[in-house]
Write a protein that binds this ligand. Structure first.
Ligand code: CP
Length: 361
């Protein structure tokens, strides 16, 4: 995939007509943007996972933590979250702090001049005047791509990180999910060859949509999609899996799949996307995992959840070593620090520090 494609050289209409894989080439240009899962290759995922662990280890000692804070002390990040968030906002903010970036934020559009009629485009251009990076969550699918394209047509093109867009993409969540799977399986051969089971609201779960595609980068994985018919994974994702040659099974039978799962990825009902009078409006999932199910699982099965959860995972399994969702959440801070450092091209400095000082694990 070429990395020299510039967003400034393509019209918005032509850009929108590209496939997700074709768009990836534009997002790896200069500056690199993180907008869709499809821009990540296996090599890039391996590089980010290794760097995340190195940053984590360097950060354990005070001199290491102080060193990390120098790496991006000349940069400022704007966190623009036009949708609610706890983990994604806080972990990006913490990742910035680890690397010494100062941060600014707008967490509610009602507190910005958008209420005076300023367009979203002008709002973003305003942010780019003060910041060196925009980390953004927005309810409109594809808006982060529009922002990156729009900035490419100004004299201040800065990197954009998509922290969740519409119901379609959540690429940095997928990164932390991949990192968590890598770490969970590090003693049993990594992600290659594993069976990953997605459960719940797969139609509107942007984390599942991004992660399912990222897992196509691993050899011989099998993906299981467990959901009621009305909430099953979209055909567009299944088409991408077919094109990538990734095995998958679509089913409603969770119990029979549990014993073969290497990872179970639970999700809540995404009822914030319900349209009044249309489709499903219940807030509870048809699927649940609790203490009564744990005997069905392998000793090595990893249970993940992007969180927040409702009742689809009982709190009574929180302390089971197979329940990795709290670790998964913390992993988000390390992999986002790795991503941000790489976005600014400063990863070699951290890798050199690690090689020189070899911090203990
Ligand atoms: N997983 C996730 O995106 O959580 P938040 O909505 O709390 O950021």
């Amino acid at each position: 995939m070429s990395t020299n494609m510039s967003l400034s050289e393509i019209s918005w209409a032509d850009f929108q007509a590209l496939s997700l894989l074709e768009k990836g080439a534009y997002f790896q240009g200069t500056p690199p943007h993180t907008l869709i899962a499809q821009q990540f290759t296996r090599a890039k995922l391996d590089e980010l996972c290794t760097l995340a662990t190195r940053i984590k280890r360097i950060n354990k000692r005070r001199e290491g933590a102080n060193y990390l804070k120098t790496l991006l002390s000349d940069k400022r990040a704007m966190l623009y979250f036009a949708q609610p968030s706890s983990r994604t906002y806080l972990s990006h903010n913490a990742a910035c702090q680890i690397l010494g970036l100062d941060t600014m934020d707008v967490r509610d559009s009602k507190t910005s001049s958008e209420v005076k009629g300023e367009s979203p485009e002008d709002t973003i251009r305003t942010f780019s005047s003060y910041a060196d990076m925009i980390i953004m969550r927005h309810p409109v699918g594809g808006f982060a791509e529009r922002v990156a394209w729009m900035l490419a047509h100004t004299n201040r093109e800065i990197p954009v990180l998509n922290a969740g867009s519409g119901a379609d993409q959540h690429p940095t969540q997928a990164l932390l999910d991949v990192y968590t799977l890598e770490r969970s399986f590090e003693k049993i051969g990594g992600i290659d060859g594993k069976s990953v089971v997605f459960v719940g609201d797969l139609a509107r779960g942007r984390t599942v949509r991004s992660l399912a595609w990222m897992l196509t980068q691993y050899k011989d994985v099998t993906l299981y999609f467990v959901a009621p018919e009305s909430l099953q994974i979209g055909q567009d994702i299944l088409d991408l899996l077919d094109a990538a040659g990734t095995n998958y099974v679509v089913t409603q039978d969770f119990t029979s799949i549990m014993p073969i799962a290497d990872a179970i990825y639970m999700t809540r009902i995404q009822d914030e996307w319900d349209v009044a009078g249309q489709g499903r409006t219940t807030g509870s999932s048809d699927y649940h995992i609790g203490a009564e199910d744990m005997h069905l699982l392998k000793d090595t099965t990893a249970i993940l959840h992007p969180l927040p959860r409702r009742e689809e995972i009982s709190t009574d399994i929180d302390n089971d070593p197979r329940a990795v969702y709290w670790r998964q959440m913390r992993n988000g801070m390390w992999i986002r620090a790795a991503l941000i450092l790489t976005t600014f091209g400063r990863q070699d400095e951290a890798n050199k520090y690690y090689d020189d000082y070899k911090p203990a694990s």
